[in-house]
Design a protein around this ligand. Structure first.
Ligand code: ZN
Length: 304
């Protein structure tokens, strides 16, 4: 289970969402058996989407964050709820590319030129859909641009995933800072200066987790928050509003996969029955397999 710290500074200039998602991203890696590059891309999208889910008002509200490009990863998608559940997948979990010059995994190159689409389903007739061209494909930059262009929200997004030599996730986390309408200019400047000098998030997380070993997740997040904002003037340090949970969860079911089968169409289903006498459907989010016998398929066909 991951926790999210939500804080606000005394002057009410900004709000911060901060999380360590090492376990969550490791779970996704195990499910999808991803290469380090795919783990980094998927982990960043899962963490970003997970935090964006917590912006939603109701538990049942959903946000889907889709990165689609002409690069070899093709697509990374995550869906998160207001209740703190997140799931996701990468179209090509085997994607591999040479490291970038700075030694980092080339998530931007794996996505290439493409688009970021954000769909917010808040139980209204029509979902809200925002769409921008990818800025770098490195995920955090693209989400920052999305907030600015589509939601007129000044934000700073930092996302990181570090993969260990044995391919497991060493550390992962995310931070979104949202400027509030009456932000004081001094706090904006101080934040910019702080972010400019900030070490990579995964590096800070590793240091803090070592230092705060034995403490609760909340305790570790407080230590992380204090470390990140240490260089800010005291009056602009965040105060904690609340902690929220963030968990991997796939809500797929037989009924849901049946609906997917129906979209295949009567003729193609008929062909499936005649040629294979059965069907196997795999949930793209959690890789769970669902088998449909001949009689079940025929029943579905009769319903179309
Ligand atoms: Zn599933």
């Amino acid at each position: 289970m991951s926790k999210v710290l939500i804080g606000i500074d005394k002057s009410k200039s900004y709000r911060v969402y901060l999380t360590i998602t090492t376990d969550l991203v490791e779970e996704a890696r195990r499910i999808h058996d991803t290469t380090p590059l795919a783990t980094a891309g998927l982990g960043r999208v899962l963490t970003g989407a997970g935090l964006m889910g917590l912006f939603l008002k109701n538990k049942e509200d959903k946000v889907t964050v889709q990165f689609k490009g002409d690069g070899p990863a093709n697509q990374i998608l995550a869906t998160a709820t207001g209740g703190g559940y997140v799931k996701g997948y990468i179209a090509n979990p085997d994607v591999e590319l040479p490291l970038k010059e700075n030694g980092k995994l080339d998530v931007g190159g794996s996505l290439g030129i493409g688009q970021l689409t954000v769909i917010k389903d808040m139980g209204l007739k029509e979902p809200y859909i925002g769409n921008i061209a990818l800025v770098s494909g490195e995920i955090a930059d693209d989400l920052t641009a999305y907030f600015f262009i589509s939601e007129q929200q000044n934000s700073s997004v930092a996302l990181g995933v570090k993969v260990d030599r044995d391919l497991s996730v060493l550390s992962a986390g995310g931070m979104i800072i949202q400027m509030l309408p009456d932000a004081e200019i001094r706090s904006v400047d101080a934040l910019e200066e702080m972010l400019d000098k900030l070490k990579p998030l995964t590096t800070i997380i590793e240091e803090v987790v070592l230092r705060a070993a034995g403490r609760t997740q909340e305790g570790i997040l407080v230590e992380l928050c204090e470390t990140i904002f240490a260089s800010m003037p005291l009056e602009y340090h965040p105060e904690i509003l609340e902690y929220r949970d963030l968990n991997w969860n796939c809500d797929c079911s037989r009924e849901r996969l049946e609906q997917v089968l129906i979209t295949i169409g009567k003729e193609d289903l008929q062909e499936m029955v005649e040629e294979d006498g059965q069907a196997e459907m795999v949930c793209q989010f959690c890789e769970k397999k669902y088998f449909f016998e001949k009689e079940q398929l025929e029943q579905i066909i009769s319903q179309i």
